[in-house]
Design a protein around this ligand. Structure first.
Ligand code: IPM
Ligand code: MG
Length: 353
């Protein structure tokens, strides 16, 4: 049996994870041993910390980790080092998964849920964001302090080393080689020293991939171009914070944040798989959450960590089919389609496997 650590998390996390596990079990029966792990707000409540050492150990010893979502208003007033999000960062760092792959693809049946003009959407949208995940401001020094004048101040440090940039650039170029061979590196090199190093290293790595066309965009311009000409993007590579922001933008371009899965990979095959959405506490427990992002994250896990291409294809195909049949959770509902619950969505996907 292959070992998968499962982090249901908080809010809608347990619902969408439950759906994904059922789908995986149907697509690949009796292949995986799932071990549920406490992390996030639930771990704070139970153990007083967002990422107990035992939880991380289980993830590190598993072949892959599947995660729902963490966080919620209940823990908003926790000190920073005891917030649920710290647990998430701890898992990412602890697993060494520096490359976060977030595909943004318009599902044809969902074209009407795309908020962009029809003539833009019709050109097709299919790009992937490769977000650096274990560096930058997220992991730099965080400090609140008082100035000599007695004023409150704070700082968060953005820092990247050459090897951190080099390895994520390789992931981007390799990904592009299997696609349309265009890499867009996004930075703020007109202002940030980190971005100038980023650009220099990405250009150096590009020399090893002469077939790939490399463009650079400033992040402000990129956020505009993503809406203006999304069809021109193939592979985007960017640092942690820019990737966080741009991937939320991308999710709306393709219809809903509930649809996008992500894979976070390190040097080996071990990976962390999660939807890109948050814990949506406002709809938790109401059977409204769209499980597709997590189900597709499960498919990515089968593909990247276990080489189970066939099973992954079947899950993705089943998702396409339910969408073609007009079935929609509230987040992707438009007139003329059929509104269903999250658990019904799970059942409909399973019945098409
Ligand atoms: C994401 C999320 C996380 C992040 C939060 C929950 C810490 O927004 O995965 O994009 O910022 O990385
Ligand atoms: Mg985010």
């Amino acid at each position: 049996m292959k070992k998968v650590a499962v982090i249901p998390g908080d809010g809608i996390g347990p619902e969408v994870i439950g759906a994904a596990l059922d789908v995986i079990e149907k697509a690949a029966p009796k292949t995986f041993e799932f071990e549920s792990v406490a992390m996030g707000g639930n771990a704070i409540d139970k153990y007083g910390e967002p990422l107990p050492a035992e939880s991380l150990r289980i993830c590190q010893n598993a072949d892959a980790t599947l995660l729902g979502a963490v966080g919620g208003p209940k823990w908003d007033n926790q000190p920073p080092e005891l917030r649920p999000e710290r647990g998430l960062l701890g898992v990412r760092k602890g697993l060494g998964v520096f490359a976060n792959i977030r595909p943004a693809k318009i599902f044809a049946p969902l074209a009407s849920a795309c908020p962009l003009r029809k003539d833009i959407a019709e050109k097709g949208i299919d790009f992937v964001i490769i977000r650096e995940l274990t560096g930058g401001i997220y992991f730099g020094k965080h400090e609140a302090f008082t100035t000599p004048d007695g004023e409150k101040a704070a700082r968060d440090v953005m820092e990247y080393t050459e090897h951190e940039i080099r390895r994520i650039a390789h992931v981007a170029f390799k990904t592009a080689m299997g696609r349309r061979k265009i890499v867009t590196s996004i930075d703020k090199a007109n202002i940030l020293t980190v971005s100038r190093l980023w650009r220099e290293v990405v250009e150096d790595v590009a020399k090893e991939y002469p077939e790939v066309k490399l463009n650079h965009l400033y992040v402000d311009n990129a956020s505009m171009q993503l809406i203006r000409v999304p069809n021109e993007f193939d592979v985007i590579v960017t640092e942690n914070t820019f990737g966080d922001i741009l991937s939320d933008e991308a999710s709306q371009i393709v219809g809903s944040i509930g649809m996008i899965p992500s894979a976070s990979l390190g040097e080996g095959n071990q990976g962390l798989y999660e939807p890109i959405h948050g814990s949506a506490p406002d709809i938790a427990g109401q059977d409204k959450a769209n499980p597709i992002g997590t189900i597709l994250a499960g498919a990515m896990m089968l593909r990247y960590s276990f080489g189970m291409t066939n099973e992954a294809d079947r899950i993705e195909h089943a998702v396409d089919e339910v969408l073609k049949d007009g079935l929609r959770t509230p987040d992707i509902f438009t007139e003329g389609t059929k509104l269903i619950t999250g658990s019904k969505m799970r059942d409909e996907i399973i019945s098409r496997l």
